[in-house]
Write a protein that binds this ligand. Structure first.
Ligand code: ZN
Length: 431
């Protein structure tokens, strides 16, 4: 599928689902996932009960919003959730009362330096309520006025939903892609991740002779990825060779990557290599810049080999977490198109790479019983060159070092290395 077509389709989908009231839970998320299912029928929707304990966290109750507004004393609505769902602080608790200006102001959020922007605020784990508005709207409030506030919300024991697409390849080893679905009415953070990932899944399905299997997930940020890890950790740890957290992937800014902790995974290496060889301007951030779900996927104990890829990184573009993060201005077809082009190259590079995996789990194989090592113990220096190459190549068969890199590391010519690799494959020591 051509990148332009993918980008146009993704953008059109974005227009349809932009305004859904996505949050950690609630009907907006389910509606979004059902829309994604229409694009790729392989998407399965899963649910986790509210109040389920996941590690140190608890899945929150389902947040239901019927309506929310502020009226002035003449009964005129001056702020309405129905006009823009960003007006209501996410997970606001219900309230219906009259307040004077001073009392109301304590519950208002605005940005003095961005007069037209409604900020995006949430309060998932501390019960409170609030409204977000542009500074221009705030300035119009009358200090002598009495306002009526109605936050018609409720919390119920329900479910948190997430989506998962699994695509089989020749190997059980997987490439893992994750994006989050919990933001309402903002384009780059993170509708772009959602519309990009669903169409990249369609493209992956068209790859002939796919070597790797793929897992693409759509989860609420943090509690969703933590829950997903909780449910799938052993499979993920066993199979994932490279992972990507995708967010803010639809603007026209330069690419950004947040490295894994030690910057040494296959995902780190290939992403960087594509940026460099394709002469793509990018900024590499260290682990210290983590901020999205990569921080959970790479956390001690989980430790998946994953990087975050964005165009303009979250926090680094001025429209971030405001109503100005729009389709058409921030996220464009041109921006999406380039992201498709580059990310496809990263995937194809991993698909074509010749990465060696030991067939014997976790420890060094006994070579002498396979006639690959002298029968009488020998020091490294006493080994002939062939045996030296055998032990060295095996020691780099970690699934993330390519044959080309190994040849460089052990200072041997590639054809000679490939010859030993063929021998080790025949002996069933590596795949
Ligand atoms: Zn965000």
């Amino acid at each position: 599928m051509k990148n332009r077509i993918l980008a146009t389709k993704a953008f059109d989908l974005g227009k349809k689902i932009f305004k859904f009231n996505r949050s950690l839970t609630g009907s907006g998320n389910l509606k979004t996932l059902n829309f994604l299912k229409k694009i790729n029928s392989k998407l399965k929707v899963f649910k986790i009960k509210s109040r389920t304990k996941v590690y140190d966290w608890v899945v929150p109750d389902e947040w239901v919003v019927k309506d929310a507004w502020i009226k002035d004393s003449s009964g005129k609505k001056i702020i309405s959730f129905k006009e823009n769902n960003l007006h209501l602080v996410g997970y606001s608790m219900p309230v219906k009362k009259k307040l004077n200006y001073k009392q109301l102001k304590k519950h208002l959020f605005f940005l003095e330096n961005m007069k037209d922007a409604i900020p995006y605020k949430t309060s998932y784990y501390h019960k409170q309520w609030g409204f977000c508005m542009s500074y221009n709207q705030f300035k119009k409030l009358d200090q002598k006025e009495t306002y009526e506030v109605n936050v018609n919300t409720s919390f119920k024991k329900g479910y948190m939903h997430y989506g998962e697409i699994k695509i089989k390849g020749q190997l059980k080893k997987e490439i893992f892609i994750s994006t989050y679905i919990c933001h309402p009415s903002m384009a780059n953070d993170n509708l772009s991740g959602v519309i990009f990932s669903i169409f990249i899944s369609k493209w992956i399905q068209t790859l002939k002779n796919r070597k790797y299997s793929y897992r693409i997930i759509f989860v609420p940020e943090s509690i969703g990825s933590i829950s997903y890890i909780n449910r799938n950790i052993s499979e993920l740890k066993k199979n994932v060779v490279a992972g990507f957290n995708l967010t803010c992937i639809g603007d026209e800014g330069n690419f950004s990557m947040i490295s894994s902790k030690n910057e040494d995974t296959l995902a780190d290496k290939v992403t960087k290599e594509i940026f460099i060889t394709e002469k793509i301007k990018f900024k590499k951030y260290s682990w210290l810049k983590r901020g999205s779900d990569e921080k959970h996927y790479c956390y001690p104990g989980t430790d998946l080999p994953l990087v975050n890829i964005s165009r303009s990184l979250f926090n680094e573009f001025k429209e971030y977490h405001t109503s100005l993060d729009k389709l058409g201005t921030v996220v464009t077809i041109k921006g999406l198109e380039k992201s498709f082009k580059v990310f496809k190259k990263i995937i194809l590079k991993i698909e074509k790479g010749h990465f060696l995996n030991l067939n014997i789990d976790n420890c060094i194989p006994q070579l002498s019983k396979r006639s690959l090592y002298p029968k009488i113990g020998a020091t490294y220096k006493e080994l002939n060159k062939k045996v030296q190459m055998i032990v060295n190549i095996l020691s780099y068969s970690d699934g993330k070092t390519s044959n080309v890199e190994i040849a460089k590391k052990i200072k041997e010519k590639l054809p000679a290395v490939n010859k030993i690799i063929s021998l080790l494959k025949r002996k069933k020591l590596i795949t």
